[in-house]
Structures are given as structure tokens and as C-alpha cells.
Design a protein around this ligand. Sequence first.
Ligand code: G6P
Length: 442
Amino acid sequence: MTKGIKIVTIGGGSSYTPELVEGFIKRYDELPIRELWLVDIPAGEEKLNIVGALAKRMVEKAGLPIEVHLTLDRREALKGADFVTTQFRVGLLDARAKDERIPLKNNVIGQETNGPGGLFKGLRTIPVILDICKDIEELCPDAWLVNFTNPAGMVTEAVLRYSNIKKVVGLCNVPVGIKMGIAQALDVTSDRIHVDFAGLNHMVYGLDVYLDGVSILDEVIEKLANPDHSMTMKNIAALGWELDFLRGLKAIPCPYHRYYYKTSEMLEEELEAAATKGTRAEVVKQVEKELFELYKDPELAIKPPQLEQRGGAYYSDAACNLINSIYNDKRDIQPVNTRNNGAIASIADDSAVEVNCIITKDGPKPISVGDLPVAVRGLVQQIKSFERVAAEAAVTGDYHTALLAMTINPLVPSDKIGKQILDEMLEAHKEYLPQFFQKVEM
Ligand code: G6P
């Protein structure tokens, strides 16, 4: 008899946890999980208890022998883990709201993973993930780290560059979302669709699309310009694309590309939202409140459909399919964030990219795409430079490096405005950025 799998989920009190539990339950026959440890910090204890109780009810209803453990002791949980998934938010949604509002005051996009917001989420998150990596190295050195924490691309980059952990995969639901959106627009099942994904996290392109193995890129491009098929995520306004632009691009952009190709309209939309219904973090806070009220119901033993109001729909599919394929050496193709290893010619071999990979028991093997089309190559490289400089700033706590990251981001219009935003955000997030404020004497 096999001993069964031990999964540890850091940020287990997240409202997304029922997605993950549902995914594990669905796949139990192939993925026999023996222990699921949900870990959180004291500030997340109440949420952990509520969502943990729901997870236990879900497992019980499914009649499966999965033990669900809830703990605030990360090190205790990590001992002997096979897979560690991470889905935490340093500073919780209040920090995200500041990431959105402070840039907006300066007429710059305020977004969770793009522009100044993405930079600051990285600065807060990277030191924590690197601490987790140290614990993994010591307590479960054979485990796979499956990171869902945003900014997932920058976080994967930082783990590859600044930790000793090699078994890391960054995950995102954007590629799954694109594939499902295409299937819906064509009214076919998604298993008939294949997309050649390549780029970076939240900066990924569909270079070609196939239905039953036949390229249908041109048809999908025409559909994408139709407002009924805008294929966006719940957290990104569905502003329509110019058909002639898409015809020129000859690739499928991801929903986040709107921040780069439609910057002024997205800014206007964000300013309007901030002045009326609130920024996305403020909206999500409300959704979370409602979700946790539902989760408290002792009769509830399934993932409530209301969770689909969040941008992370299908995330459990991405996470559970990945774990399943590593565990069972399935050798299927999945788009994940991994070390480039030459798959995209114009990106350094040792950088993280989001690209289709063959998923084996030894992890993802990226499929070579050659080079990206010249029209998108520059933007992808610029974002990669941004991610690398940002990760360096997160590790060193160096002010000049942080200002460099801010200013080279294509959404920041000048060094002066960049510095203004940087200074205000450093102050606003001081509590979560000790590396910038407590210099250790060497
Ligand atoms: C998308 C992204 C995720 C992100 C989520 C935000 O799905 O791919 O990386 O976490 O949206 O959704 P939310 O409901 O928190 O705005």
C-alpha cells in the first residue's frame, strides 16, 4: 500500500481553498491524498477555522479518508510534505487596495500584479516566499513548491534566482481561462482546443489555436473582437479589442494585455470604479465577507457557486492537474511558469517564463517555441527586466533598485512620477517591507 500524499497549503485560510479541496476530491482515485495541511498566520486564524471546517465537511461528504489539519505552525506542517502550495497575501486585501489607490492618485494604473501595484506586491511577498523556501529545504527537501501567490511570475523568478529550491512551478489560471473562453466562443468542449501559450505570467500570448488539431487562429481573432466573447477574467474590465489591431497582432493576447495595449481606457475605467463602486480589492473585500458568511453554514459541504465571482476561477483545475501529472508522470501538456531553459529564444535560460510544458514526474519540460514574434518580443523582455530588477529590490531592500524597477515598468510614465509613487507606497507598506527600513549591518 502506498503511504498516500501529503499536501501543505500555505495561506490555507484563503477563500479560494474550497476550489482546491474540490479539485482534490474530484481526482482522488488518481491522486490519493492522505493529509491536507492548511496553514495560516495568526491574523488569518478566524478565516482558517471557517474555511477549514468547510474543507472537512466537503471531504466527509465525499466519503474520502483525507485528513484535513489546520495549523498556524508552518514548520510543523511542512515536515515530510510531498507538495507545498502557496496562496497567501502579505498585508491582506488592505495592502492590495493601497497598491491600487496610490498609483491611481498619480494617474497611473493601480493593479494587483501590473505596474506599481505588482512591484509592491512583489516587494512584500518575495522575502516571505524565500523564508518558506528555507523551511522547505530543511523540512521537506523533496517536495514540489506549487506557487499560486501573485505576482506569480516574479515570485517564480525570485525562487529560481535567490533560493536553493529547484522543484518550483508557478501557476496561473489565465491560460485555462483563455482556453475555456475560446471553447465557449466556438461552442465546443475545451478538450478539443489546444493553444500554443508562450510569454510571461499575466503577459502570455496564444501564438496559435487549434480545434481538433487544425489551426483556427484567424477565426478566434475575429471572435475575440466581438464584445460577447471578450474572454476576460472577473477582475479585468471587459473593454473590447480593436479588430484591426488583433488582425495585425496575429496572436491571442491575454486579458491583462489590456493594461498595456489599452492603457488610457483602462486607467479611465479604474478611476471611474475607484470613485464609485470601489477598486477591485474593495469589491473583493465585500465578496469575501459574503463568501465567509456562506462558508460558516454547517449545512454547506460543497464549493459554493458564488466563489466564481472571483478572478481565480479554474485555479483548482490548474493546480490539481499539475500535481496529478507530476505524481502520475502523465506527460501531458500544461502551461506553467518554469525555468525557460531555451524554450523562448530571447529570454535568458535561467529566467521564469510561462509556456506550454510536458509535465513529468521530474517536473515541467518546457516546449521550445523558438522566438516570439518581433511585435511582442520587446514588451515581454521589458516586463522580464522589470521582474528581475523588482526581485533584486525585494531581496536587497535597495531604494535605487526599487526606483529603477518602478521607472522601467511600461505603465509608469516618468522617473519623477515613479519616485513620487515609490515614496508614498514605501511609507504606506512600511510594516511589510522591513528590508527597506531595517538595514542589517554586515
Ligand atoms: C486572475 C488572475 C489571478 C488573480 C485573480 C484575482 O484570475 O489570474 O492571478 O489572483 O485574477 O482575482 P480577484 O477576484 O482577487 O480580483
